[in-house]
Structure formats: structure tokens, C-alpha cells
Ligand binder design. Structure first.
Ligand code: NAD
Ligand code: UD1
Length: 339
């Protein structure tokens, strides 16, 4: 009776595994370390005192995954494994199609074969494409994705919907994440981007730690209160808790359900910079630059459905996230790499 967590050594996966272990779930992780490090497992042990069973397997490898399903009694799956760089997906679309869609197809095939009924899938607010209004609701139009990464998320949502039509006993939670930031309060696990960070918070923390000279603020002429882009930043621990809420929801056999996981609040780039400075008593140098192609003015969630139907809401705010992201970065200036 185990929960299979694919991509469990990644950023969101590792935070979710910690909560699952703390709640007494039996956890099996599968990850091929394409974007994570074995050190994560030691950190999970330091926090929880527990060692989840771990398999170093590419989820696209059907034969190896079948062996795992033969060995472990899997009841539920949380499918985090996937590649997530928008920029890389534009350069290597086939890699994203093969990895993200391929791994999902293997899981669905094995769910059918081994009578595993429950799966939680990591989708993204990116499926809403360029929104014509905010806040975004689950039944708002999807599509018009501006990059192959986003399209793979939409395609996997489609696969899951078709699977649910054919398998009446399947229970599927599609979770659409907004912008995850923050880290576990221990400072032992956090986001560890390789190379130059694409996302805002890791860039800010790298400026704070002296790795980058200043933050590039991409545009100050958006239709927002201070001209910089507005997003819905959600603390990764709140997000991780959303997965536990989804597992509980699946126990009630709801069929396929879709939830936005966000805070419902919009925060601009400069709001986040100011919150970071205040929370940590630091100054972040920044320069205003050209808009980044593909960026939208505002993007935030209506997350009321997740509260209504799962009792889940975000409890932490951007100040908590700024403090926790900085603790992680300060304690681990090179991420999971040893000095
Ligand atoms: P991450 O890269 O930190 O974690 C993903 C993990 O999956 C990594 O440990 C990686 O090694 C592993 N992986 C990738 N492909 C694999 C494969 N074929 N077989 C086995 N392991 C594989 O990313 P994250 O931020 O933790 O994101 C988790 C999921 O949530 C991803 O699917 C991502 O697309 C989705 N998501 C993330 C965000 C975000 O901003 N972080 C937003 C929306 C959705
Ligand atoms: C991006 C992805 C999205 C993905 C999400 C989380 C794009 C177009 N979208 O969303 O698909 O789900 O990350 O991984 O890439 N910013 C700066 N300077 C920086 C970095 C960002 O000013 O160095 C600004 C951006 O212009 C934006 C905001 O900060 O207004 C947030 O950017 P980012 O963290 O990259 O997230 P998204 O663009 O919302």
C-alpha cells in the first residue's frame, strides 16, 4: 500500500515527500536525476528521520517501471516527473514531447495493467495560454499555449480525460500550479536550478547571495499597478499540502477533478523584490530591461474551488516564502552541490 511519487527528488516532489512521510504514508520515489541530485534523499531523511524507497528509473522506460509495479503494491501515484524549462522546450520540443507525454503514457498503461485507480498530476497555469481575464477559474478556456512545454501539459490533461472516460473506476486530480516559490522551513531542501535561473525568485536569491550582480526586471510598462508583471506566487509547502488534500479527495472516488493551486493574490515583480528586502533586511539591486517575449501582464488564480471541494487553501504568504527561499539559498549557496 504505497504512494508512488515520480520526480520525488525534484523541487515540489521533495517537499511533498516530506509531508507524506510526516503523515505516515508509505512512499516510493522514482526519479532519473535529470534535474535533481541524490543528496535530496539525505536531506529528506534529515528532516523526517525516514527513508522512502527509491528507484533510479526513467519513467519512460516501460519495462523497468513494470518491474517496479510488480515489486511494490502501488495504490496511488503523484506524477511530478517532467521537464519544465520553457526556453529549453522551444529549442528541443521533441525531447519535451517524448519525456513529458511519454512518461505519462507509460504510467497510464501500467495503471490499467496493475489496477491502480488514483493519480494526481502536476499541471500548470500555463495551460490557460494568454488569459483574457483574471482571476482564472478551472472552467476558463485553455489552449493557445505559447511554448511546447505548456502544450505537453495540455496534451497530458487530454490523455487523462480520455483515460477517465474509458476507465470508470479511475480517480484523477489535475492540479494546475501557479508560481511556486519558497522552501521548507528547515532550510534543508529548496529549489536548485542549474545554470542561470529563468524564474524570478531563484534569480533574486542568487543576487542576494552575490552570485549575480543585479536582477533584470523584464518590463515596467505592463498594465499593472507599478508596470511590472503580476503573478500568483504560492509557497511550495502550501502547494505540497495541496497534493495531500488531493489524495484525500481521490478517496471519495470523484472521477476526474481539476483544481487551481494558487493564493488568489497577484504580486508584481517589484512587490516581490520589496517583500524579499523587508523579510530579510537586504537590498536587491535591479535594472529595468525590455519585456521578455511571451510574458503577460497579469496571471493569478481563483483558487476557491480547491477550498470548496478539498478544504485546501494557501496559508503562507510571500513574506514567509521570501524568508524561506533566502534561508535555503544562504545555507546552500551552491544548492545541493557540496562546497
Ligand atoms: P523539478 O525539475 O525540480 O522536478 C522534476 C523531477 O522529475 C526532477 O527530479 C527530475 O529529475 C525528474 N524527472 C524528469 N523527467 C523524468 C523522467 N522521465 N523519469 C524520471 N524522473 C524524471 O521540477 P518541479 O518544479 O519540482 O516540478 C514538478 C512538476 O510540476 C513538473 O511536472 C513541472 O512541469 C510541474 N510544474 C512546475 C512548476 C514550477 O514552477 N516549478 C509550475 C507548474 C507545473
Ligand atoms: C514561467 C513560465 C511558466 C511556468 C512558470 C513556473 C514563461 C513564459 N512561463 O512563468 O510556463 O509554469 O514559469 O516555472 O516562461 N521576471 C523578471 N526577471 C527575471 C525573471 C522573471 O522580471 O529574471 C519577471 C517575469 O517577467 C514575470 C515574473 O517575473 O513577470 C515571473 O516570471 P517567472 O518566475 O519566470 O514565471 P512566469 O513567467 O509566470
Amino acid at each position: 500500500m504505497a504512494i508512488l511519487v515520480t520526480g520525488g527528488t525534484g523541487y515540489i516532489g521533495s517537499h511533498t515527500v516530506v509531508l507524506l512521510l510526516e503523515k505516515g504514508y508509505d512512499v516510493v520515489i522514482v526519479d532519473n536525476y535529470v534535474n535533481s541530485k541524490p543528496e535530496v534523499l539525505n536531506r529528506i531523511y534529515k528532516i523526517t528521520g525516514k527513508k522512502p524507497r527509491f528507484y533510479e528509473i526513467d519513467v519512460c522506460n516501460e519495462a523497468k517501471m513494470r518491474d517496479l509495479f510488480k515489486k511494490e503494491k502501488i495504490t496511488d501515484i503523484i506524477h511530478f516527473a517532467g521537464l519544465k524549462s520553457v526556453a529549453e522546450s522551444v529549442l528541443k520540443p521533441q525531447l519535451y514531447i517524448d519525456n513529458n507525454i511519454g512518461s505519462s503514457k507509460v504510467l497510464l498503461k501500467l495503471m490499467d495493467e496493475f489496477k491502480v485507480h488514483n493519480i494526481v498530476f502536476s499541471s500548470s497555469a500555463t495551460v490557460y495560454g494568454v488569459p483574457d481575464h483574471v482571476p482564472l477559474k478551472e472552467d476558463d478556456k485553455v489552449g493557445g499555449c505559447t511554448n511546447p512545454y505548456g502544450q505537453t501539459k495540455l496534451d497530458i490533461e487530454y490523455l487523462l480525460k480520455e483515460y477517465a472516460k474509458e476507465h470508470k473506476d479511475a480517480n484523477i486530480a489535475i492540479l494546475r500550479y501557479f508560481n511556486p516559490i519558497g522552501a521548507h522551513e528547515s532550510g534543508l531542501i529548496g529549489e536548485d536550478p542549474q545554470g542561470i535561473p529563468n524564474n524570478l525568485m531563484p534569480y533574486i536569491t542568487q543576487v542576494a547571495v552575490g552570485k549575480r550582480p543585479y536582477l533584470n526586471v523584464f518590463g515596467n510598462d505592463y498594465k499593472t499597478h507599478d508596470g511590472t508583471g503580476v503573478r500568483d506566487y504560492i509557497h511550495v509547502v502550501d502547494l505540497a499540502n495541496g497534493h495531500l488534500a488531493a489524495l484525500k479527495k481521490l478517496e471519495s472516488k470523484p472521477g476526474l477533478v481539476i483544481y487551481n493551486l494558487g493564493t488568489g493574490k497577484g504580486t508584481s515583480v517589484l512587490d516581490l523584490v520589496k517583500a524579499f528586502e523587508k523579510a530579510n533586511n537586504l537590498t536587491i539591486k535591479y535594472e529595468i530591461k525590455e519585456r521578455r517575449p511571451g510574458d503577460v501582464d497579469e496571471n493569478y488564480a481563483d483558487a476557491s474551488k480547491a477550498f470548496r471541494e478539498m478544504g485546501w487553501k494557501a496559508n503562507l504568504d510571500i513574506v514567509d516564502a521570501c524568508r524561506d527561499s533566502w534561508r535555503w539559498q544562504k545555507n546552500n549557496p551552491k544548492g545541493y552541490d557540496k562546497d
